[in-house]
Structure formats: structure tokens, C-alpha cells
Design a protein around this ligand. Structure first.
Ligand code: BGC
Length: 740
């Protein structure tokens, strides 16, 4: 039945569109190899490459942007500017018809009919916007993230996108850096797990599947090590740190089959990431045998001049292509210079052929040669489908972190007589989408205020904005205070505008502007119970806000689902299960602070005298309405050989009358090693639902070479015998790895 429907749909598409579906008369044996769907991809690539001129090859290595601000007046002119030979387009438009028109030009107006690959930044959704990636990590639910990415892929594909510039798997430890919103936090292992999950989600089991799009691991590598949290800046990364901190998430994504990698803007201790032969060729392509291609970041080839390693556009081109950048995004330098560089024997034709083969291979894998056009589906069947929305909702529910809950103020009784919902975020829709929100529309987002109104139908809900996100206008304070006076509980909605995080959005301080802090201060003087709801794209300094609040929920930027999940947490309809994937420092001055810092000479001293040595909320912090009690760790053995595996388990009891979900994080520490390792390192995590009053046993299947070894500064895994500590929460077990 399903099969019949599919055939009818294909016939329908062929009839309805001007795009042919290939003649059934043509026998595959009559076709040239590259056009023959039955031939192996390697043969098709080789055959096509053999037919291409140098000019045609060079075009394949270029990516230009197209689609912004299209009007009936300019569209013809803009289309005419695009060469039918172009390799790739950053398609910043939602219209699949326009995309098909461009594709038609490539297929029919170029000598060999090589399809274009269309790309865009689908970072946390296309039209159905999911929570930002940093929030997604706090769900500790990679399966759900994989599902969201698969749905984002579907929504993108029907809009004409074949390739997304996602996931960003840059480990990031400075919350002043705006791009922390786009990644999965401070820990290499966490980034690696979500790297794999999102690649699997976007690409599915087969790139040729009609719902799959190619993923792109970015920004290779070390971009998150930004000095002082500034963007586009130099990074100082030792080989040791490169290997143990910044490379693992990329290696995991490559092993998961990521089709492409984007080279970063940063300079890695003197050698820019987009001209770095060691990272791009020796590690990525040779050691890891990544057979996809590398695209530069936007203008990152030309920017080699700004970084001082190239004196001209031509020299920048030479450095980038010879280092291993296969496709040039935006700056068109490859187009202008590669042919000459080949003729001058500065770039070998083998290098060009290798780059072109990688690009063509992905086009074949995606099926673009055989089905270059996307079917045209009606808009209301394309976007915001019910299953997308319910995944977005579930994911948002799991990402939210209950940071504080004094005297169990939360959940609020459903029959609470009245709530004052205050603050600049209360009725805001736009900023709940977060940065890089593609085609997300604020109109589709439910505000916190609206969601609270629907959740607490029996209560009176009052509202006042109180103040804006920033500035000095305190004239709304009085109204907010008066409104708060009337209410039983005061819910204050503060946070960051979406433009305060993301690219080129670093901030010198991670506290909220004074105008927002002062609003909370004034409200707290009323002595009413205060619940603080925060929506932001980075960890914040809450040192002044936390003492003034009885309950705090970090709702991040939840995307299109808006206020509904947080309203559910307030009422108790949802039991929070999110836990921080990035430390909330006590204050900006405490940065850098992250859980896996290396061991230091004097462990308990040397910290800042004027503040606590602890972060305000550490990595994995997050409260629940259930009360989870941890039993003792039990190991199948305590002495083991290097080639033996081990199962360690811990029982977790839900000692409450509320069903909930808990995440168990398994850490390893190595007290004595030939290099100084971090205090502890996350090696595995698992999330499980635990019914009220029940116990679940969590297991860690420890594999010594994977979980106990360290990597040296050349990337070799080294496993030393001796004692290791395995811990969960405050429970610890010691195991001994025997000499061979
Ligand atoms: C960003 C990338 C992004 C690219 C294309 C760059 O400025 O750094 O993350 O994928 O633009 O939009």
C-alpha cells in the first residue's frame, strides 16, 4: 500500500513539474558511467573527473551565497549571475521552486550537467526551531537530539537544502564567547556524544534517503578556545590540549560518518585553522581517513591575509588548498586563483582532483545526479508538522534545569490564587527562539505569559514588563511592584535577547544588565515568594540574583515551543530532568572555571581571595521534584587486566512520590599518571525514568583502553597500569589495572 502511494507520488511530481524524472527508455548500459545509477560511486566519480576541464573542476570547489532579499524585480538578474558550473550554493531562501530553477540551470546549461549542492545553517531547526544546542546537551538525551536533527533534516530537505553547517562541536569553556550557545558545553566527551547523535540524525542511515541531508562538523578545530571569550580571535592550544580536549568531538563525528567538516576562523598557536596542514590533512584525512570534504568558513581563506600568513589573495588560496581545504566558502578566491596556481606548479593537479573527487562523491551519495530536484510539497505539509512540534516540546522539557528550589517552593500548587508574571521576557516571543533560528517565526512562539495563563487556569494572572532587557529606564518598576503586591507568587522572567549570543556576540560580563538585576532586587523587598525564569544563550553570573530568588529555572532558549514547558515545570505537570552541560561560574572574574581542569600544585589554595572557590552551579547540577538516592557502587571485579572489561553498577532509588528521570554521570580519575590529567573526566552517562518508590540500576561497561587511557600530544592512546577512581555523584570505587 505504502509502495503504491510512493509510485503515485513520484508520477504526480513528474507530471506536475517541468522537471523530468529521467527517461525509462534509456538502458543503464547505454549511459556514460557517471550518469549510470547502477555504477559504483567511485567509478562514477572517476569517470566524471576524467571528463572535466580544469575550469570545471575549480568551479566545483566554490560556494557562493544566493537567495537573500529576492524580489520579482531582481530575481532574474540574480539568477543570471550564478554560473551553471558552480559547485555549491549557500541557499538563504525557503522556496524550493527557486532552488529547483537554479538546479535546472546547472543540469541543463552546463556541459556535463553537474548538480549544485545547496547548503544552509540549520543549527537547531529550519522552521520548527528546537532549543539551542547548549540546552540540548543539558537534556543528556542524545536519542531525542538525534530525532530532532532528523526532523530538522526533513524540513530542510523539502525546502531545497541538501547540506547543513551543523553540528558545532567546539568544546567551549568561556561563557563570554557568544558561540557557546551553538555547541554542547565544556566537556569533550559530551560534545563527542552529541556530535555523533546529530550526525546520525541529519544523515540517517543513508545519505541517499529522501529525508537525509549532509552534516558538517565545525569549526575545525579549537575555535572554542577563544582568548577572553572574544570571537574571531587567536587561540593558544598546546598539542596535548588539542588532542585531549578539542579533537575528540570531531573524531567522534567523523567516525559517525559526517560528510563534511568546516575549517575554523581561529589561529591554532600560530597556524590558522584554515591553513593548517597538520590538523586538516595529517589528522583529519590521513590519520582518521575522513573521505568527505572540508569547506572553509565564511571568507576564512581570504582572512589568512588578516591573520598575517598570506600577503595576497593568491597566497591565501595556495595555503588553504595545500593545507587541505577543499571548498572555498564565499570569498571566491579559489575561483580566481587555483587555475593559475596549478599552471605554475604550486598546487598539484592531484590535490585539485582529490578535492573535486570528494565534492563529487558527496553529490553522488546524496543522489543529486539522479534526482537533482526536490519535490514541491504544499507549505502546510512542509513545516511545523505535529510530530515536529511534539519532539520540540519534549526536547525543551528535558533541557530545562531547575537550578534552585528553596523549601520546595516548586512546583506551585495548581490552585495558587494568583501569579504576577513580570519582566522583559514574560511576553517576549522573538528571543525565545535563540540565535541562528533559520526560518523560525516569532509568531509561532508561545510567550511565557500566555503559557502560564493556559497552565494555571484557576489562578489570576497579572502582568507587567517592569523594564526592558537593557538601558536605564526604570519607569516601569513601580507598576511591576504594584502588580507583584497583588499576587501570591511572583514569577520574574529575565534573560538575554537572542542577538546577545551566537556569532560575533561576545560579552564582557556574563551577568544580566543592572536594570534587570535591580528589578528583581526591588521585587524581592516585598517579601513574596519569587521564582526566577531565565532564558539565555550562555551560563550567567547569578551571584546577585540567586540569593533573591526562592526558585530558579534555567529555561535556555527553547525555540518554537516557547513558554509551555517552563509553565509545565512551574505547575508540576513536568518534572525537570535537565542538568548543566556547562558550569555557571560564580562571577565573570571566575572564568575560566570548568569541572575537568587539570590537577594543580596546591589543590585548595590559589583561588581568588574575594569570592568563593566554587562555581555557583557546577557541571551536571540540576534538581528534580523527585528525591533520588544513590546506593553504593559495585564492580564485577576490582583488579583487571588491560584487555578485560568491567561492569560497574549503582542503584538509584526514587525516594519520593513523584515519577522522575535521573541522569547518572560516570567519571574517571587517574591519581598518578605520566602526564597531569584533569581532576576527573566524564566517560559515560545515562538517563532513565524512575517511577516513584522504585529503584533502577545504572551500569557502566568499562573498557580500559577506551575509558582509562589518555592521549598524548601526538594523538597516541596510552594506558598505564595502576589505580583508577570511578565516581558517580559523591560515590567512588577504586579499581586497579594490572601490569601486563
Ligand atoms: C560561521 C559559520 C557558518 C557560516 C555560514 C560563518 O560566519 O562562522 O558557523 O556556518 O558563517 O553561514
Amino acid at each position: 500500500m505504502k509502495y503504491r502511494k510512493a509510485i503515485i507520488a513520484v508520477i504526480g511530481f513528474c507530471l506536475l513539474t517541468e522537471f523530468g524524472c529521467g527517461s525509462s527508455e534509456e538502458k543503464s548500459s547505454d549511459l556514460v558511467v557517471y550518469k549510470n545509477q547502477e555504477a559504483p560511486i567511485e567509478d562514477r566519480v572517476r569517470d566524471l573527473l576524467g571528463r572535466m576541464t580544469l575550469e570545471e573542476k575549480v568551479y566545483q570547489l566554490n560556494q557562493v551565497a544566493f537567495g537573500k532579499h529576492m524580489t520579482a524585480n531582481n530575481i532574474g538578474g540574480e539568477m543570471a549571475k550564478v554560473s551553471p558550473l558552480i559547485g555549491s550554493i549557500i541557499y538563504v531562501n525557503q522556496d524550493p521552486n527557486l532552488r529547483n530553477d537554479l538546479q535546472k540551470k546547472a543540469m541543463e546549461k552546463s556541459r556535463l550537467g553537474i548538480p549544485i549542492i545547496f547548503a544552509n545553517d540549520i543549527i537547531h531547526g529550519f522552521k520548527t526551531i528546537y532549543p539551542i544546542s547548549l540546552a540540548q546537551a543539558c537534556s543528556w538525551n542524545p536519542e531525542l537530539v538525534e530525532q530532532a536533527c532528523a526532523m530538522a533534516a526533513k524540513e530542510s530537505k523539502v525546502s531545497g537544502i541538501d547540506w547543513t553547517f551543523s553540528p558545532m562541536v567546539d568544546v567551549a569553556r568561556d561563557p563570554r564567547w557568544g558561540r557557546v550557545a551553538e555547541g554542547y558545553g565544556e566537556d569533550p566527551y559530551t560534545n563527542a556524544v552529541f556530535s555523533k547523535a546529530s550526525v546520525k540524525g541529519y544523515q540517517g542511515n543513508d545519505l541517499a534517503d529522501e529525508n537525509s541531508i549532509a552534516a558538517c562538523l565545525k569549526h575545525y578545530v579549537g575555535y572554542g578556545a577563544s582568548e577572553g571569550g572574544q570571537d574571531y580571535i587567536y587561540t593558544e592550544i598546546s598539542k596535548q590540549t588539542l588532542w585531549d580536549t578539542y579533537l575528540p568531538s570531531f573524531e567522534a563525528g567523523v567516525n559517525a560518518g559526517a560528510a563534511t567538516v568546516m575549517s575554523g576562523f581561529n589561529d591554532i598557536s600560530g597556524v590558522p585553522a584554515s591553513a593548517n596542514y597538520y590538523t586538516l590533512t595529517e589528522i583529519l584525512k590521513e590519520k582518521w581517513e575522513m573521505d568527505g570534504f572540508v569547506v572553509s568558513d565564511w571568507n576564512s581563506v581570504k582572512q589568512l591575509i588578516n591573520q598575517g600568513v598570506a600577503g595576497s589573495d593568491k597566497e591565501a588560496t595556495l595555503k588553504a588548498i595545500n593545507a587541505g581545504v577543499d571548498m572555498d566558502m564565499a570569498d571566491r578566491l579559489y575561483l580566481d586563483h587555483i587555475s593559475d596556481l596549478v599552471k605554475e606548479n604550486k598546487v598539484s593537479i592531484n590535490r585539485v582532483d582529490d578535492a573535486v573527487s570528494r565534492v563529487l562523491k558527496l553529490k553522488f551519495q546524496l543522489g543529486l545526479f539522479d534526482k537533482p530536484y526536490v519535490p514541491i510539497i504544499r507549505e502546510n505539509n512542509r513545516y511545523l508538522l505535529p510530530e515536529y512540534i511534539s519532539t520540540a516540546e519534549k526536547l525543551a522539557e528535558e533541557t530545562m534545569v531547575l537550578l534552585k528550589n528553596s523549601d520546595n517552593i516548586l512546583p506551585l500548587d495548581n490552585k495558587v490564587s494568583s501569579l504576577a508574571v513580570l519582566g522583559p521576557m514574560a511576553k517576549n516571543q522573538e528571543d525565545l527562539l535563540g540565535s541562528w533560528s533559520a526560518y523560525g517565526d516569532a509568531k509561532d512562539v508561545e510567550s511565557i505569559y500566555k503559557a502560564i495563563e493556559s497552565e494555571f487556569v484557576q489562578s489570576k494572572i497579572f502582568y507587567a514588563q517592569g523594564c526592558d532587557f537593557d538601558g536605564n529606564d526604570t519607569s516601569g518598576y513601580t507598576e511591576a511592584i504594584n502588580v507583584a503586591r497583588k499576587a501570591e507568587v511572583v514569577v520574574v522572567c529575565l534573560g538575554e535577547k537572542k542577538s546577545w549570543s551566537g556569532e560575533n556576540a561576545s560579552r564582557s560580563t556574563i551577568s544580566l544588565p543592572k536594570i534587570q538585576e535591580d528589578l528583581l532586587l526591588k521585587l524581592s523587598e516585598l517579601g513574596k515568594p519569587i521564582v526566577l525564569l531565565l532564558s539565555n544563550g550562555r551560563p550567567l553570573d547569578l551571584s546577585r540574583l540567586a540569593p533573591l530568588s526562592d526558585g530558579i529555572i534555567e529555561m535556555w532558549q527553547p525555540g518554537v515551543i516557547g513558554g509551555k514547558p517552563v509553565a509545565g515545570i512551574l505547575s508540576g505537570r513536568i518534572n525537570p530532568s535537565g542538568k548543566l552541560a556547562m558550569t555557571f561560574p560564580f562571577s565573570t572574574g571566575q572564568i575560566p572555571i570548568y569541572y575537568n581542569m587539570r590537577k594543580k600544585a596546591r589543590p585548595t589554595s590559589g583561588m581568588y581571595q574575594d569570592i568563593t572557590k566554587e562555581p555557583l552551579y557546577g557541571f551536571t547540577h540540576g534538581l528534580s521534584y523527585s528525591n533520588f538516592k544513590y546506593g553504593d557502587l559495585k564492580s564485577s571485579k576490582t583488579n583487571l587486566r588491560k584487555d578485560e572489561n568491567l561492569i560497574i553498577e549503582i542503584p538509584v532509588t526514587n525516594a519520593s512520590n513523584v515519577d522522575g528521570a535521573d541522569v547518572v554521570h560516570w567519571f574517571v580519575s587517574d591519581p598518578v599518571c605520566s602526564i597531569s590529567r584533569p581532576n576527573k573526566e566524564l566517560k559515560f552517562f545515562e538517563k532513565k525514568s524512575i517511577k516513584a518508590g522504585k529503584t533502577e540500576v545504572f551500569e557502566f561497561h568499562l573498557n580500559p583502553i577506551r575509558d582509562l587511557s589518555f592521549v598524548d600530544s601526538s594523538g597516541n592512546k596510552i594506558l598505564e597500569s595502576g589505580e583508577y577512581h570511578i565516581s558517580v555523584d559523591n560515590k567512588k570505587i577504586v579499581i586497579n589495572l594490572l601490569e601486563e
